[in-house]
Write a protein that binds this ligand. Sequence first.
Ligand SMILES: Cc1cc2nc3c(=O)[nH]c(=O)nc-3n(C[C@H](O)[C@H](O)[C@H](O)COP(=O)(O)OP(=O)(O)OC[C@H]3O[C@@H](n4cnc5c(N)ncnc54)[C@H](O)[C@@H]3O)c2cc1C
Length: 592
Amino acid sequence: MQVHQFDAVIIGAGGAGLMAALYASEQVNTAVISKLYPTRSHTGAAQGGIGAALGNLEEDHWEWHAFDTVKGGDYLADQDAVDVLCKEAVDTVIELEHMGLPFDRTPDGKISQRRFGGHTNNETGKPVRRACHAADRTGHMILQTLYQQCIKNNVNFFDEFQVIDIVMNGDRPAAVIAIEIGTGELHVFQAKAFMFATGGWGKVWTITSNAYTLTGDGNTVLYRRGIPMEDMEFYQFHPTGIYRLGILITEGVRGEGGVLLNGEGERFMERYAPTIKDLASRDVVSRAIYLELKDGRGVNGKPYVHLDVTPKTVNHYLKEAGENRSIDAHYIESKLPDILDFCRTYLGVNPVSEPMPVQPTAHYAMGGIPTDVDCRVLGDAEGTVIPGLYAAGEAACVSVHGANRLGTNSLVDLVVFGRRGGKAMADYCKGAEFVELPANPTAEAEAQLNRIRQSKGKTRVATLRKEMQAVMSEYVGVFREEDGMAKAVEQVRELKERFENDICIDDQGSIHNYDLLEAWCLGSLLDLAEVTAVSALARKESRGAHSREDFKARDDVNFLQHTFAAMGPDGKIALSYKPVVIDRYQPKERVY
Ligand SMILES: Cc1cc2nc3c(=O)[nH]c(=O)nc-3n(C[C@H](O)[C@H](O)[C@H](O)COP(=O)(O)OP(=O)(O)OC[C@H]3O[C@@H](n4cnc5c(N)ncnc54)[C@H](O)[C@@H]3O)c2cc1C
């Protein structure tokens, strides 16, 4: 067992972790632990853009961005945090530009911006160009840029180390325990401050845009040590995943003029969102697709609709909308190169000449580790700060996305709150001491791994994972109701039992033992699936991404509040609630 000491330790090397590391490392000795090589983090897969009201192509204001974010989140977002997000988005994007991020440009050399769902001119209600982008590889460029800057700043990287436990001393974090994937050895990382920036957990569902590694480990590590999870019932399904594969087709396609068509060739979003149509918020569009499919208007009787970005179709609708511009194949090739490549490679479909088959895909966690606007983790619904513990990015819940995140707002969240969190950690470290370690800090981590290694059951990890994904997709997906969610809770608990008592793995070695780690990650997914289903069952209303067939209306009287789900000492989940911060925008009915 090796013991390391740093002032600040950041777990996760995606956009949030790297931005935090960049800022923390300016002041204190900083390490980043990542189970992936940093540039393989999911941030690198982000496509469409990062939202900031630069107003480069038309009038825009950060206050408009803030209102859109609150409305998009169905009024569950904390409005003080949203103000921070949208105001600081502007100079953070410019900071990224100055670090060397190669954004697309307007003819006069400014950062190019495009339309995205739910981002509007607040006066007309029409879409506004707010998404700054580097073709459809915006996240890739952000990740590379931040990684280079971290290397320049001498951040210490521990690549391919997976954190599986946090050691607490009273209410203070003392160390995290990581397994070095290449050797199987356990390492203790002692620090004054820790940040969890471990990304999302789309692998809870069958069809997802998320990478295999998105198993919510950081959330689970904290949850198992008593930290609550906020608003876990709000999980976003992105409307346009590639049919059956779930691979994401960015909203940027619709931002560039692409439209959704049902099996009858009808642009059905005109019926669901008359003003903003295909660029309504994601929860609205995903539900519309489901309803079209339910009513038998899929394409060729199959459960998918078409996303059409062929110049012929786009130009037809641009003309109909009275816009005096048209696009050609070359334009599409230059703005959406990766999307075209995915469709050609995985589907044999060429989006320049034919429509893409799409269906909703599990995409983004609005909920997560509760924090304040300086990324300090909150230990309860009363807002008690846990000194030395921070979280940022998709793993965290500030909450700026409320019940439904707008496209482009995750990348902003990463860099705005990564930066704030990194600064806050450094400030904290300067006045803090190391927390004393208990006698055997790796005991719990070892016990967890040994339980899996020694399990002599019959069920394969992959089989159990598929069963969990099927249950969650069926009962805790785009539409939900009481009986289904209750079944999900029960069945996930059964799966957890089987995970404890009836799994088997083949590899008993220590070097690159992915058999073992995949099993550990399944345990993490099961815990998060249970918290999600339990939180969802208790919310008897429809809001944002949480849409109930038995409670169709939003209920601001009883549910304008954040859910906090914590594991009690008896292993049972206890729910409590926290009021939403509402200052400028009183809840209204959402119309797009
Ligand atoms: C296909 C796709 C396209 C997207 N497009 C956009 C977009 O255009 N605009 C937008 O705003 N958002 C987009 N999103 C959402 C956005 O990309 C993500 O929410 C965001 O990148 C998450 O960043 P993060 O820093 O929180 O975590 P990630 O980038 O997911 O990084 C997580 C990090 O944590 C590490 N980690 C995880 N578990 C452990 C562990 N146990 N031990 C050690 N390290 C660990 C990983 O190695 C990794 O470095 C997209 C998402 C997807 C999936």
